[in-house]
Design a protein around this ligand. Sequence first.
Ligand code: KG4
Ligand code: ZN
Length: 354
Amino acid sequence: MLCLGIESSCDETALALVQSGKLVHEVVASQADVHALFGGVVPEIASREHYRKLGPLFDSLLEQAGVAPQQLEVVAAARGPGLLGGLIAGMSFAKALALGTGARFVGVNHLHAHLVAPGLEKELRFPALGLLISGGHTQLYRLESALKLELLGRTLDDAAGEAFDKVARMLRLPYPGGKYIDVLGRQAQPDPDVFPWPYVDNQNLDFSFSGLKTAVSVYLEDKPELRPELAYDPEELARQPEAYPALARLCASFNYSVAQTLRVKVRRALAACPQVKSLIVAGGVAANSLIRETMQTLAEEHGMEVRLPRPSLCTDNGAMVAYAGWLLAKAGYHHPFDVDAIPRGRKIPWDYLS
Ligand code: KG4
Ligand code: ZN
């Protein structure tokens, strides 16, 4: 079964083909440079860029893969949560294509797609514990199977990626800043006492990162040397990350605090779900090297397998949408054409037809 996946929920327009659970080909157009000028994603610009890029990307994907539109059996598009305009652009394109080719249409929950993405690399083992850490979400799930998920905990305020990006902004690092904090943090040892591990002194599986962001802001108040007038040049930072030792130490300490907070909550979730056989870490922040190491060690301590997708499968991509769409279609699910896109903050219903 050949499935096209379309991702357009934020600032990447990404399309991919999955056949029999394997990635055939993928194409992506990132808008990061466009939004970098504003220091964050501008929704209206994002929608227009998706609308502009979808057609040409689709043509080049099919040409590079040597596939004709009539061969598509399933067309899947991210349905939400995300920025509404971008989701509508992707879903409209997918619906028109399905209508024109006779393929089945499947709306995919973007968070579900992140969580099952590592299944593209190697078969997933269930039940699994899923830690989803992205720019918009920080959640813990118990996955009974690839299609049966139960939410165990979520962030009460900022998502982990949002905390990375907001702290990066305070430090005048380029947008999106998570990866620069990662790169710089690798150049120094963390000071474990500078920042708190937020919201761990409780019994629950929820997260709260806004206090950590405030702690960084307070720490920076009397350190003007860490808040330069001019923003850093991304190429210069990437070329010589070792040239900024004080900044590197701050990044290492912040990174450490996020990684330890996640470790505490994941360990607690593993204790609450003793039958779990594997740990899945997904979403853009799962590309973070310290968080990867920390989760690897935690899984080893529990004698279980950890699934850390390659970084390009962690950040938003079309392959995960195509794969989730393929899984759903294989199980007999699809959507009618009147299904809606769903913005951030609203629950995505399980309303597939079968
Ligand atoms: O999953 P994703 O691509 O988009 C959403 O669905 O939100 O996640 C984007 C987030 C951004 O906040 C970005 O800064 C963060 O992932 N990110 C990282 C790293 N790479 C991406 N955060 C920390 N370390 C990284 N290496
Ligand atoms: Zn995402």
